[in-house]
Design a protein around this ligand. Structure first.
Ligand code: FES
Ligand code: FES
Length: 165
């Protein structure tokens, strides 16, 4: 089956098996290695991508289901100011240990911060913890990640122009 979708802002067209997982198409056919294979059961969040801006696990999604949709991975956010600010907070707070969960964690937080800006999410420690509850970090960096996100949210006034674009 031929499937076309927007990957990190550019249209791609790829031949897939009807039952092929988006995780496999991204990693094995499209060279997107930031999307990690973990549990393959929708439980660890390592394979998270943004689908039309919403975090979803790509191990539970068939590639044929994303026809015509927008798929974003961290490869597509390299020059995005919000992504860069978030990555900087991760480095400063030592939130990256082995790094296996990091790209997915960052995508989830990226979507969360946009919702905060739109007034659809709160900014308490509990809200941040809830936002990342689907992303398992085997290195146990959760307190550091929460600190990084809280620090980022404190800079919201600086980030607003970024979020508006
Ligand atoms: S590999 Fe997809 S949720 Fe674990
Ligand atoms: S930094 Fe190692 S799994 Fe999260």
């Amino acid at each position: 089956v031929q499937v076309s979708f927007r990957l990190n802002g550019s249209w791609v067209s790829v031949e897939v098996e009807p039952g092929e997982l988006l995780l496999d198409t991204l990693r094995l056919k499209l060279g997107i290695r930031s999307v990690k294979r973990g549990c393959e059961r929708g439980e660890c969040g390592a394979c998270t991508v943004l689908l039309n801006g919403e975090p979803v696990v790509s191990c539970l999604l068939l590639t044929v289901q994303v026809e015509g949709m927008d798929v974003t991975t961290v490869e597509g956010l390299r020059s995005d100011p919000l992504f860069r600010a978030l990555a900087e907070e991760f480095v400063k707070s030592f939130s990256i240990q082995c790094g296996y969960c990091t790209p997915a964690m960052i995508l989830t937080i990226y979507a969360y911060v946009k919702k905060v800006y739109e007034g659809r999410k709160g900014i308490s420690t509990e809200d941040i913890a809830k936002a990342i509850e689907g992303n398992i970090c085997r290195c146990g960096t959760y307190p550091r990640v929460i600190k990084a996100v809280a620090s980022l949210l404190n800079k919201m006034p600086e980030l607003l122009p970024t979020l508006k674009s």
